[in-house]
Design a protein around this ligand. Sequence first.
Ligand SMILES: [Zn+2]
Length: 116
Amino acid sequence: MPAMDDDAQRARVNERIAEVESLLAAHAEGSKPVELDQQRVGRLSRMDAIQAQAMHRETERRRRVELMRLKSALTRLDEGMYGDCVACGESIAERRLENDPGATVCIECARVAERR
Ligand SMILES: [Zn+2]
């Protein structure tokens, strides 16, 4: 598959940014503090609510990290560095970028980092 041109790559990054931002916006609705009113929720369901909220926060945290990576991908596009692995300098596989437009390292370097 031929490498995508910068405009197509930028469009893909921007598309993903819009997607993550709308997920975060929708998510904010569910981020209200756990209702601690014992009369409304029993102890068990309160625990469930706290647990659900913790998972909720984790999802949100991950999305914020992804958003930061996507924004830095735009900077790399501006600098002509997009698609190059920041660790080894090799090109990141097109399929990997398609999956994760904010990817900063190639699959080999990602595997090495995972093993650490
Ligand atoms: Zn690499």
